[in-house]
Design a protein around this ligand. Structure first.
Ligand code: ADP
Ligand code: 5GP
Length: 194
């Protein structure tokens, strides 16, 4: 069957840091090889253990990032904590040229910016069961220093408030039980299956 407009639209996944975006995206990419492609963002933050340049992010310097901003190389970009993050025009183009559905993992300001472009994606928000549980998960992940955890928790409250606005996202998934969240996430990303 030919893909419907809905299934070829890009997908924007957002949600507080620690809400489970990477966990669910990894499942999605593993479950549907070749179907989806991650829009690999640029960031000025340092790589975490296990992250590879060009795979999770294009790790770059502030100078190079700002140069690319100046050249109009980003669809959207934002500051998160003390770091810059952005979706380059090139990364989205690369994914489209591979014939894959482009998936963006971006924060709230990026979501708002993307809404003003002609990308026309579908928006899914991953919500933690509570800020307390989010804090436990961020600490359990063991990748962020105390200051970064505090910044992420502060930002999480803004993201959760924004998600309450009507029409902010097409779907909100509460990531409490992982298997339940995965089922809902898969159904959103691959709506015509089954
Ligand atoms: P994000 O990509 O949104 O920052 P992660 O996918 O890294 O979040 O998840 C943050 C932490 O929470 C990880 O250690 C992950 O294993 C854990 N986690 C994700 N979903 C659940 C869940 N439903 N129940 C318990 N732990 C979870
Ligand atoms: P992390 O440092 O945990 O990988 O990401 C921090 C936040 O930045 C997350 O909310 C993530 O979705 C967001 N992010 C990652 N890439 C981009 C991007 O290209 N643009 C925007 N606006 N946010 C991004």
């Amino acid at each position: 069957m030919a893909p419907t407009a809905a299934t070829s639209q890009p997908i924007v996944v957002s949600g507080p840091s620690g809400s489970g975006k990477s966990t669910l995206l990894k499942r999605l990419f593993d479950a549907y090889p070749g179907k989806f492609g991650l829009s690999v963002s640029h960031t000025t933050r340092a790589p975490r253990q296990g992250e590879q340049d060009g795979r999770e992010y294009n790790f770059t310097t502030k100078e190079k990032f700002l140069k690319l901003v100046h050249e109009g190389g980003f669809i959207e970009h934002a500051q998160f904590g003390s770091n810059l993050y952005g979706t380059s025009v090139q990364t989205v183009k690369d994914v489209a040229e591979e014939g894959r559905i482009c998936v963006l993992d971006i924060e709230m300001e990026g979501v708002k910016s993307v809404k003003k472009t002609d990308l026309n994606p579908r928006f899914v928000f991953l919500q933690p069961p509570s800020v307390e549980i989010l804090e436990q998960r961020l600490r359990g992940r063991g990748t962020d220093k105390e200051e970064a955890i505090q910044e992420r928790l502060k930002q999480a409250k803004h993201e959760i408030e924004y998600a309450k606005q009507p029409g902010a996202h097409d779907k909100i998934i509460v990531n409490d039980d992982l298997e339940t969240a995965w089922r809902e996430f898969r159904e959103f990303c691959v709506p015509n299956e089954g």
